[in-house]
Write a protein of this length. Structure first.
Length: 155
């Protein structure tokens, strides 16, 4: 009987150890699928993203870092400066608009959104969503984003 118990436990350990992602909530979906048109046209490849949600100040920040597009570094930030409540649609504009602001750096292109630039949608999970916004010089970004790393902070 003791031998059978050890054999059963050994078989379970072996089976669970070999299943890889069993019970994992990770997604195989790409962290970002954004399409840029205009002076900095293309789709970023690789890179990592991080998000911070500040509960007291109702602020949210997203940053895509280490991405490449057409052989150039891409840095993209999306920030909701106030009134962030998780899931929902936020107007994209400037810091003064109280909604979301988007900043993009690709090679020599550097741009920030202006008032009425578009929308930032946050999904029910609070860690992913979509963006559709215009930037200066005819630049435009649309597509989906997801946080690789997510932090909730109280400040």
């Amino acid at each position: 009987m003791r031998f059978r118990s050890r054999l059963l436990v050994g078989a379970l350990v072996l089976a669970l150890g070999s299943c890889g992602q069993c019970g994992s909530s990770s997604s195989s979906a790409p962290a970002v699928h954004l399409v840029f048109t205009g002076p900095a046209a293309g789709t970023p490849a690789s890179g990592t993203s991080g998000c911070q949600a500040f509960t007291s100040s109702k602020r949210f920040g997203y940053e895509l870092d280490g991405a490449q597009m057409n052989g150039q570094d891409v840095v993209l930030t999306m920030t909701v400066y106030s009134n962030f409540n998780g899931q929902g649609t936020y107007p994209v504009g400037t810091v003064l608009d109280g909604g979301a602001e988007l900043r993009l750096e690709v090679g020599s292109y550097v741009g920030s959104t202006t008032s009425g630039a578009g929308t930032l949608k946050v999904n029910p999970d609070g860690r992913s969503g979509t963006i559709d916004a215009a930037l200066p010089e005819g630049e435009h970004v649309s597509g989906s984003w997801r946080c690789d790393k997510y932090e909730v902070l109280t400040s």
